[in-house]
Design a protein around this ligand. Sequence first.
Ligand code: SAM
Length: 163
Amino acid sequence: MSRLDVFINRMVSQRVCLDFAVAETKGMQGPVFELGLGNGRTFDHMREKMPEREVFVFERKVESNPASTPDPSMTILGDVRETLPAALARFGSTATLIHADLGGHNLEKNDQFARLVSPLIEPLLGIGGLMVSSDKMYFDELNPLPTPPGSVEGRCFVYRRDA
Ligand code: SAM
């Protein structure tokens, strides 16, 4: 499989999983978190699909396309290793949807980072909330869901807090 195929599968899966999570959490009260702004494509998709919900973006350095740059009041600037614990103090376990796309090209490093941030992300999600990630996560309390039809296995991961 070419790198182009892998990239396309990741993008298609990201959209399918995000749309699934948006639908599953519709009507829930609580913030939405985007971890890793990058170019701002997934942020733009999320705010388009959830205009009624607050989407906070966690990013260490904002370099997004101006057309998909969040308002500074909705941007939580800094390293997620510090901003996620601070967000727990600020929001408690109230997030309804968390999307994480923090990785780069090095799969081994991405996996190590996913292990490191999983316990920081886990307590932020409220009951019934969904977490969507480009990397496999390492949660104790969140349950993995089968990825929705149209997504490619291993290219996106979905978890839910049931209790
Ligand atoms: N989903 C985005 C999009 O659609 O454009 C792409 C996100 S990009 C792959 C990953 C982003 O995560 C980068 O902007 C990077 O700066 C950010 N990031 C990586 N590690 C981080 C960390 N420890 N703290 C904060 N942001 C981080």
